[in-house]
Design a protein around this ligand. Structure first.
Ligand SMILES: *Cc1c(COP(=O)(O)O)cnc(C)c1O
Length: 387
């Protein structure tokens, strides 16, 4: 028998930053005392710095979906027309939220693996000049495809509509110039590139969005961003926060600032490129080759094989947890994540594991071919940095 370390390598939850995990032990403080009131504004300030925006950035105690819901309930009224881009399971979540809050959604769908082209958003806004918001994913984690955030934002910016981005796996994996591009609402989540466990959601709010908020009549209570902002300005959270997560976030943000948000993004982009090259070297097809995301790479299982066998191989042979496809993509694809506390050795191992798993399933594999592709990308990047 050999040792199998458990490695959590999915596109959320992601590998945890050890020092953030250790910081969670100190959560025996009360959230209405000076201990917390000294900590919280620093966390909010660092989060804003890492987001790279002058807009307000707020923290909600929920998984990412709570902040997606807040992005609907805080800025619109019943019957408001909105444009929703849906290119995967998370796009479908925007559609469900719009429906649940009785918005009048013009839905632009793309096939799984594809994205909604900016021109389609432009046309939808021309046909629906009364649209008050445009919703989309920066990175559609379920398919491994990324939207052209900048191009969509530039179109939305010229209208009265809010540009609302689920960047839960976009933050820290792709460049997002919130202020420069005019992203009104940008949602993030703790268990993605922020390297800490699930349980916190983040949302940035532009001045244009606050204006809409003043007139928005949808019901809201727990996820009331105005209330959250009022309390944040006093150094507190609206409700009892998960103090342990705030402590972890403080450490993770310090770490991200040390390495630099741009470098975190570069790291993910490089890992993503290396993964695509490894897939090509092993004769595997990408699920979203047209506009691949740098947060996660979705790879098709070889013909005739259920991708669940690969996922199971990772878990049973090596203790590595990787993601299967979601919904109808289950069994078709497996997903290799690049976001947050992921490094090249993680990828060397994952690709080596993949080669062994494919081999054990009778797929012809030349050992080391995929790993070599990753090594080449790494070596070239290091050489590029030194020259
Ligand atoms: C993870 C994720 C979410 C949030 O899901 P929660 O389970 O609510 O945290 C939303 N959108 C995308 C693109 C994601 O990757």
């Amino acid at each position: 028998m050999h040792i199998k370390k458990q490695r959590l390598l999915t596109p959320g939850p992601t590998p945890l930053l050890p020092r953030a995990l250790h910081a969670m032990m100190a959560s025996d403080i009360h959230h209405r005392t000076q201990d917390f009131i000294k900590l919280y504004p620093v966390v909010l300030r660092d989060l804003k710095e890492v987001y790279g925006t002058q807009n307000d950035v707020l923290i909600l105690v929920s998984s990412g979906t709570g902040a997606l819901e807040a992005s609907v309930s805080n800025f619109f009224s019943e019957g408001d027309k909105v444009v929703v881009c849906s290119a995967g399971k998370f796009g479908e979540r925007w559609v469900e939220l719009a429906k649940a809050f009785r918005l009048n959604a013009v839905v632009l769908t793309a096939d799984y693996g594809d994205v909604v082209a900016p021109q389609r958003v432009e046309q939808a806004l021309q046909e629906n000049p009364d649209a008050k918001g445009v919703f989309f994913q920066a990175s559609e984690t379920s398919t491994g495809a990324a939207h052209d955030v900048r191009a969509i934002a530039e179109i939305v910016k010229k209208t009265g509509a809010l540009c609302i981005v689920d960047a839960i796996t976009g933050l820290g994996t792709m460049p997002l110039d919130i202020d420069g591009w005019g992203l009104d609402i940008v949602v993030g989540g703790s268990q993605k590139a922020f390297m800490i466990p699930p349980g916190l959601a983040f949302v940035s709010v532009s001045a244009k969005a606050w204006e809409m908020n003043a007139a928005a009549k949808l019901p809201r209570l727990y996820f009331d961003l105005k209330k959250e902002k009022k309390m944040a300005d006093k150094g507190e959270s609206a409700w009892t926060p998960n103090v342990s997560h705030i402590l972890a976030l403080a450490e993770a943000l310090k770490y991200i600032k040390e390495i630099g948000m741009d470098n975190l993004v570069q790291n993910a982009m490089l890992l993503a490129r290396a993964t695509r090259e490894a897939a090509a070297a092993l004769g595997l097809e990408l699920f979203a080759p047209g506009s691949p995301s740098s947060s996660v790479t979705a790879i098709k299982a070889p013909a005739g094989m259920d991708s669940g066998e690969i996922v199971k191989g990772f878990r049973n042979q090596f203790g590595s947890i990787i993601a299967n496809g979601q919904g109808t993509m289950k069994g078709q694809i497996f997903r290799i994540a690049h976001l947050g506390y992921f490094d090249f050795p993680d990828l060397f191992a994952m690709v080596a594991e993949l080669e062994l798993i494919l081999h054990s399933k009778g797929i012809p594999v030349e050992f080391g071919k995929g790993v070599a592709a990753v090594q080449r990308v790494y070596a070239e990047a290091v050489a590029g940095r030194q020259s």
